[in-house]
Design a protein. Sequence first.
Length: 285
Amino acid sequence: MINAALVLEGGALRGMFTAGVLDVLLDQEMEFAYVNGVSAGSLNGINYVSKQNGRSRDVNLNYVNDPRYLGVRNIVRNGGIFNFKFLFGELSDELLPFDARTFFASEQRFEVVATNCHTGMAEYFEKGKEAEIMRASAASSSMPVVSSMINLNGSFYLDGGIAEPVAYRRAMEQGYDKLVLVLTRQAGYEKPPTSKAMKLTYERRYRRYPELAKRLVAVPEHYNEMQKEITALEQAGKLFVIRPQKPVEISRVEKDVERLRRLYEEGRAQMEARMEAMCGYLGLS
């Protein structure tokens, strides 16, 4: 067990990069004491903690073109463009079985980050403390506008990336002074400002949740500020970052299996190339 934190960014199907990184860590039997994930990062983190090498890859490559998993009809039928009822139901129970026993028995701490729609703030749900950790992961991964809110303990939640795109500060608050971040955008990436049309969409759709609407409008500014801070902390040697080396041009709902496979392989290649440096940062070599 490595006494360090592993922090996983989201990005929907850009998370295939993260899947490649994590599978290399599983190849090397490297267990981080604490893991947190935002949105797709939480889904990848679940399969990392359950030690199911290749499962995140196979879920997406095998089912990305299956309308039961991903498709606009799911927005009405199943509450979101990604169908979490299928993902955590038939797919996990029968098609690509999820190893719940290993997941819940793991000594690794695992937290999911979701955005509270009432307050617009990030909240954290931990394996072993939150009874519905899979439902919390679904909430964390529910993209705004194309997903319904998910009720957890009487409150409604959406994508964790709205309030906290990369939960490195949370890891620091938990007492970890060694952090490894897996990001899904290249160095220097900046989100463009929220358009007037999107601002209007958020304000209309979430008029009963004004704090959420404000957060959504401010996502680009908040994200870009966090990326600048991450870069400064990385340069100061206070955290270690693994990220794509070139722009990731696939969409969040990419359907091209070969493009997704290449992104997965890029994640593997980056982790293999950075392994020695990461071990040096962690004091393992």
